[in-house]
Design a protein around this ligand. Structure first.
Ligand SMILES: C[S@@+](CC[C@H](N)C(=O)[O-])C[C@H]1O[C@@H](n2cnc3c(N)ncnc32)[C@H](O)[C@@H]1O
Length: 282
């Protein structure tokens, strides 16, 4: 007879505690193996029999070996989408969902979003921002770009999965847009912003692509965009960035050095940390 959900849950939870893995990861993987809708269903269905116990233990072995749950199952939730992810892309974060929610609240301060605006998602990774933009603003013309070929393959899989029309370009910051003479109304970007390897948690450092995480020693993506924005600006231009609080003073300096006739607004996240930068260029 198959084991009950509760029996499997408790056994894995004990191992999780010993290995300092969050209990939420156990619930997440049981949910995925059993095709439940939410991790809370693990508690709700605790007296039911496991239907896919082998699959759960296979997932659990991978998690115990140090892989994040999203790479274990190849799935990450983002704004109600179920995105395909693998180690070629950053796992989409809650802060990035928050950036898009903040943009959708603030957009009326800058534009009438019912217009056919031209938007770029620079450093698209899994494609989550471009998908979010098309979801909130279906009539926008959205291009997603990345310097990583592998990331763009993942993004394309997600655009196809949700049947959204997004242009895809490969290249460094604004270069592919300049090469194709694309004039933009809006740039949205969550570029690499972690200061150094030492700043990242083990599970992040050991699994997620370094090119998606670390800001590096050369010019950052923020600086490259500030340096080149005039080449893609047709009328006004709104730039929305996800940032890290350690970057605020640098960003202020980089803007002063490069931008003209602009208004900048640093916006806090739900933890009251400066996390988003809205820059409006007249
Ligand atoms: C922090 S990840 C963000 C991924 C995704 N947009 C998200 O929010 O989850 C940064 C992305 O920028 C890409 N990237 C890094 N340097 C870049 C550059 N110079 N030009 C374009 N993309 C770059 C990386 O390959 C990575 O996919």
């Amino acid at each position: 007879m198959a084991n009950k959900v509760d029996t499997v849950y408790r056994k894995a939870l004990e191992e999780a505690k010993a290995l300092d893995i969050e209990g939420g990861d156990v619930r997440w993987l049981i949910m995925e193996a059993e095709s439940y809708h939410s991790p809370a269903d693990v508690i709700y269905y605790r007296d039911k029999e496991m239907r896919h116990e082998d699959l759960f233990w296979a997932y659990w072995e991978k998690r115990k070996s140090g892989l994040p749950v999203q790479y274990v199952t190849g799935k990450a939730p983002f704004l109600g989408f179920d995105l395909f992810v693998d180690q070629r892309v950053l796992i989409p974060r809650q802060e990035t969902e928050e950036m898009l929610a903040t943009l959708s609240e603030r957009i009326y301060d800058y534009y009438d979003p019912r217009n056919y605006l031209v938007a770029a998602d620079i450093g698209t990774g899994s494609g989550c921002i471009a998908l979010g933009l098309k979801n909130f603003f279906p009539n926008w013309l959205v291009t997603a770009s990345d310097i990583s070929k592998g990331a763009l393959e993942v993004a394309k899989t997600n655009f196809a999965k949700y049947d959204v029309s997004v242009n895809v370009l490969e290249g460094d910051a604004l270069e592919p847009y300049i090469a194709q003479n694309i004039a933009l109304d809006i740039i949205v970007s969550n570029p690499p912003y972690v200061k150094s390897r030492a700043e990242a948690d083990d599970i992040v450092r050991n699994n997620e692509p370094a090119s998606a995480l670390y800001i590096g020693d050369g010019l950052s993506v923020y600086q490259k965009i500030f340096r080149d924005y005039k080449k893609v600006k047709k009328g006004s231009l709104l730039m929305v960035f996800e940032i890290d609080p350690w970057l605020v003073d640098n960003l202020k300096r980089w803007m002063e050095e490069n931008l003209q006739d602009y208004e900048a607004d640093f916006v806090n996240d739900l933890r009251e940390m400066p996390r988003f930068l809205f820059v409006y260029l007249h």
